[in-house]
Design a protein around this ligand. Structure first.
Ligand SMILES: Nc1ncnc2c1ncn2[C@@H]1O[C@H](COP(=O)(O)OP(=O)(O)OP(=O)(O)O)[C@@H](O)[C@H]1O
Length: 284
């Protein structure tokens, strides 16, 4: 078994674009020749300014998009050109969490139904009681009380919704998760709770993750490795301490200068430094 769970080689992607009313559509390349390796059990940060291609690359990695060139190897299997039927058995193993959990939480369904629906789809539910127990276990995994199973998404705070989004992604016990800007839009204290939760889940479940963020300080506390994306190309990658401590590429230096890292110790996100939702009285 290789130490690398997911690897891309020369990965490229272009969105079709119309050229005038009668012109033939062409591809506008937004991901170019990306070589990325995600070791098992690691969290790899993907950073870059707005429009650099982070979301597109994330969607390629989970095969919501099909590459226009290059390949993606997942657990030794080339998945870049697989069609939907061939991808189906892999879908449970690869999940994406979005910035806006609204998109993964159906507003008309109670949380318990949303969380356990993927289990039902994959034939892993044994009746109503099992469904209730699985929903409670998933809620507890992300620090939410079990009676939240009866709530609708609009009855949750932003942080609670993001916890629910994480629970939904974890329902099928995936091996690989792409998290796309999942703490953007949350206040700083809620961000810290969610990051701490991810750290705990990672340790407990041995998750392998690509963590997309424009916030370098968040990447520094959570990620082992980081890849810097610029105009669809990875211009630099490696261990976070090395890339942020001694950036080699001019663009990385520019990014670091533009977004100064707060002067925090790498260990600031320890359990002792963050009040848990239970301690606070309500789940953040
Ligand atoms: N569905 C689409 N159709 C056509 N072009 C798109 C589509 N989605 C994104 N793009 C273009 O692809 C490029 C990369 O966009 P992408 O959203 O991947 O970047 P990003 O780094 O995630 O940006 P942000 O941080 O703002 O979300 C941009 O130029 C964008 O305009």
């Amino acid at each position: 078994m290789s130490d690398i769970l997911l690897q891309t080689g020369g990965l490229g992607f272009g969105y079709p674009q119309r050229n005038g009313l009668f012109g033939k559509p062409t591809l506008r390349e937004v991901i170019k020749g990306v070589d990325l390796a995600v070791p098992r059990g690691s969290v790899v940060g993907l950073v870059g300014e707005s429009g650099s291609g982070k979301t597109t690359l994330g969607r390629l990695l989970v095969r919501l998009l099909k590459p226009t060139s290059g390949g993606i190897q997942f657990d030794g299997l080339e998945i870049g050109q697989l069609d939907e039927a061939a991808l189906r058995p892999l879908r449970a193993r690869i999940q994406m969490i979005f910035q806006d959990p609204q998109s993964s939480l159906n507003p008309r369904l109670r949380l318990g139904t949303t969380l356990t629906r993927p289990l039902g789809v994959h034939g892993r539910l044994k009746g109503k009681r099992d469904q209730r127990e699985r929903a409670a276990a998933l809620l507890s995994l992300v620090g939410l009380p079990s009676d939240f199973a009866y709530r609708y998404p609009h009855e949750l705070s932003g942080g609670q919704r993001q916890r629910a989004g994480i629970a939904r992604a974890l329902a099928l016990e995936p091996d690989f998760i792409v998290a796309d800007e999942i703490v953007s839009g949350l206040d700083v204290s809620t961000q810290a709770h969610i990051l701490l939760l991810l750290k705990e889940l990672r340790a407990r479940l041995g998750l392998t993750m690509v963590f997309i963020s424009h916030d370098l300080s968040v990447v520094r506390v959570l990620c082992d490795d980081v890849a810097i994306l610029h105009h669809g190309e990875v211009v630099e990658s490696g261990p976070v301490a090395r890339v942020f401590g001694a950036p080699q590429h001019a663009y990385t230096r520019q990014l670091l200068a533009a977004i100064p890292l707060p002067d925090v110790e790498p260990g600031w996100l320890d359990e002792s430094s963050v009040v848990s939702p239970q301690q606070q009285g309500s789940a953040a």
